[in-house]
Write a protein that binds this ligand. Structure first.
Ligand code: THU
Length: 157
């Protein structure tokens, strides 16, 4: 039997330590939480994607009375981004969330499994890493790629 271990690198940074581009993406993700439609969970998630040409696209979670029909912020953003800009690879995505009372989540929120799988597809299409910024109230986690969030991904059949 062989023992293996997977570790993922990530950095934790204060907002003020980010580059101007990353600060802008964080601002856009935070702002996008205001366009969330979450009458059931009251949990408002925003995502902002930067494309390789600098274009930014945002999305927010959209819930539905038929619960499974709702969509997370990350998938709203990545499907919209690729539908609108099918030939421009993704460079980075920032994800932010706030509670119903407007309080930003203290601990950065991480994408659900389905969103990791969806985002991975766009990292594969890009042919390079898509950076991930998970935004908390006081600190931001910086991950080098979507694949670091999804070891043993399903990528072909
Ligand atoms: N949600 C997202 O939009 N992104 C995540 O990363 C986690 C969860 C949404 C789905 C649902 O509308 C609400 O948050 C509560 O799960």
């Amino acid at each position: 039997m062989t023992q293996h271990q997977i570790t993922i690198p990530y950095q934790e940074a204060k907002y003020t330590e980010l580059t101007a581009d990353d600060r802008q993406l964080v601002d856009l993700a935070r702002e996008a939480t205001n366009r969330s439609y979450a009458p059931y969970s009251h949990f408002h998630v925003g995502a902002a994607i930067r494309l390789d040409d600098g274009t930014t696209v945002t999305g927010a979670n959209q819930e539905n009375v038929a619960f499974p029909s709702g969509t997370c912020a990350e998938r709203t953003a990545c499907y919209y981004a690729h539908a609108a800009h099918p030939h421009t690879p993704f460079a980075a995505i920032a994800i932010a969330a706030r509670q119903a009372d407007g309080t930003p989540v203290a601990t950065p929120v991480a994408p659900c499994g389905a969103c990791r799988q969806a985002l991975l597809q766009y990292e594969m299409i890009a042919g390079h890493n898509v950076r991930v910024l998970l935004v908390g109230a006081d600190s931001i986690y910086l991950l080098p790629s979507v694949s670091s969030l999804l070891p043993f991904a399903f990528t072909e059949f």
